[in-house]
Design a protein around this ligand. Structure first.
Ligand code: S3P
Length: 456
């Protein structure tokens, strides 16, 4: 028997943006100098495991020193351009853990570092990361001149130098900020202007961050975009406040929209306009979210979000470019759809199948296990939801398969705690939430307060 908490209420500090923090850490290698004195220090509050993995990889590369690495804070001192980049006989091996973003960004950064230097660096990752496609980044980097070998399109992969790079003009087939960023980091080592066109929406943290570090980079277009970057350029590392992660905020926005009695406040949340698609989707479904923007202090806008329960929800159809804009939030959006009366659909989201897990299959399995009506499509799902909220659930506890995917584990927890699921459910691996949000279950407990005793 599980009993839904009577109220979800409180104030939270979210983990640091995974996207922004990893860009900042990788940038420590791209300064074009070694720091002896006055080395810039980055402080990143509440880093997820991906961020810590990439900090360790950059420490192994010799571009930073870790002063503190806990769930609460990561403090690193930049050392600058690495001096030893391995050799083809003895490559330097960097472990990216579960971080697809880290591995893909590092491919571009290493191609740049190895443009005019001998060396060989091998990137490895865990089983989930080793199953993810890497040719989408290796292929355009090779067109710039990089030498990259993958294991049949996957990690482990090795970047070898010297391999001089030239600027390119390229139109990417997918709207991927990871590929765009890898190409931008490589373009820093070229002589000339690189132009990268994307066919749909993507986050612009790279443009903002590199411009903050003094690079000549700009983006035009709002949906389909064109980014130009001019090299050669070394980064001027500057301190940076890493905002709270927008995708982590999504779990609490969903929880408040679904729970019958909730008020959740989150401060210092990233409000980058390329990351607000989930706020817009919830707004379109009828949820009540107050947004209080902060005064601008750095390249990433931030603000306070206050999510309140009580508004009736209506179904939504997510398709076309909108799916790309919401790609990381679709598992938790599926949970909101399950708690919304009527039929909601996600299409054009086949990319979900090559994230940390096959998120289409696992999201559908999770909802089905919880007794919710869902149809799986090649590129999405159709969910028929209800606004019934179960105060208590009983019967056999359904274990949700996560395949170690943090977003599935957290989505399952929100499904359970909001009373949307008619049966008790639990993720088979709750610890994997730490990939992006180590304190997720502590925060959930704090919001839930003391649980009422089950009725006899
Ligand atoms: C990210 C970009 C997105 C996103 C990933 C982080 C980034 O991937 O899904 O979690 O930090 O650039 P794609 O760029 O492949 O769409």
């Amino acid at each position: 028997m599980t009993v839904r908490p009577a109220r979800l209420a409180g104030e939270l500090t979210l983990p640091a943006s995974k996207s922004v923090a990893q860009r900042a850490l990788i940038a420590t290698a791209l300064t074009g100098r070694r720091f002896e004195k006055n080395a810039p220090v980055f402080r990143i509050d509440y880093p997820g495991a991906d961020v810590i993995s990439i900090a360790h990889a950059m420490a192994a590369l010799g571009s930073l020193e870790i002063e503190q690495a806990t769930d609460d804070v990561l403090i690193v001192r930049a050392l600058g351009t690495p001096t030893d980049l391995g050799s083809p006989e003895a490559p330097l091996v960097l472990d990216c853990g579960n971080s697809g973003t880290g591995m893909r960004l590092l491919m571009g950064a290493l191609a740049g570092l190895l443009a005019d230097r001998p060396g060989a660096v091998t990137l490895t990752g865990d089983a989930s990361l080793s199953a993810r496609p890497m040719e989408r980044v290796a292929f355009p980097l090779r067109r710039m001149g990089a030498r990259i070998e993958t294991a049949a399109g996957h990690a482990p992969l090795t970047v070898t130098g010297p391999a001089p790079l030239a600027p390119i003009d390229i139109a990417l087939p997918v709207p991927s900020a990871q590929i765009l960023t890898a190409l931008c980091l490589a373009a820093l080592a070229t002589d000339g202007t690189t132009t990268i066109d994307l066919p749909g929406p993507s986050r612009d943290h790279t443009e903002r961050f590199l411009a903050h570090c003094g690079v000549d980079i700009s983006r035009s277009g709002e949906t389909t975009t064109s980014t130009t970057i001019t090299g050669p350029a070394n980064l001027e590392l500057r301190s940076l406040d890493v905002p709270g992660d927008e995708s982590s905020a999504a779990f609490w926005l969903a929880a408040a929209a679904l729970h019958p009695d909730a008020e959740i406040t989150m401060r210092d949340v990233g409000l980058n306009p390329t990351r607000t698609a989930f706020l817009t989707a919830l707004h379109d479904m009828g949820a009540t979210i107050e947004i209080r923007p902060d005064a601008a202090t750095g390249p990433e806008p931030t603000g306070t979000l206050i999510a309140r329960s009580g508004a009736p929800l209506r179904p939504i159809v997510i398709e076309g470019l909108r799916s790309a804009d919401l790609i990381d939030e679709l598992p938790i959006l599926a949970v909101v759809m399950a708690g919304t009366p009527g039929t909601s659909t996600v299409r054009d989201a086949a990319e979900l199948r090559v994230k940390e897990s096959d998120r289409i299959t696992l999201t559908c399995e999770m909802l089905r296990a919880a007794g919710i009506d869902v149809i799986e499509h090649d590129d999405g799902f159709t969910i028929t939801g209800s606004d019934h909220r179960y105060l208590e659930t009983s019967g056999e506890v359904m274990r949700v398969r996560t395949d170690g995917d943090h977003r599935i584990a957290m989505a399952a927890a929100i499904l359970e705690v909001t009373g949307v699921a008619p049966r008790p459910i639990v993720a088979d691996d709750e610890a994997c939430a730490a990939v992006s949000y180590p304190r997720f279950f502590d925060d959930l407990a704090a919001l839930s307060g003391p649980r009422p005793a089950p009725a006899r």
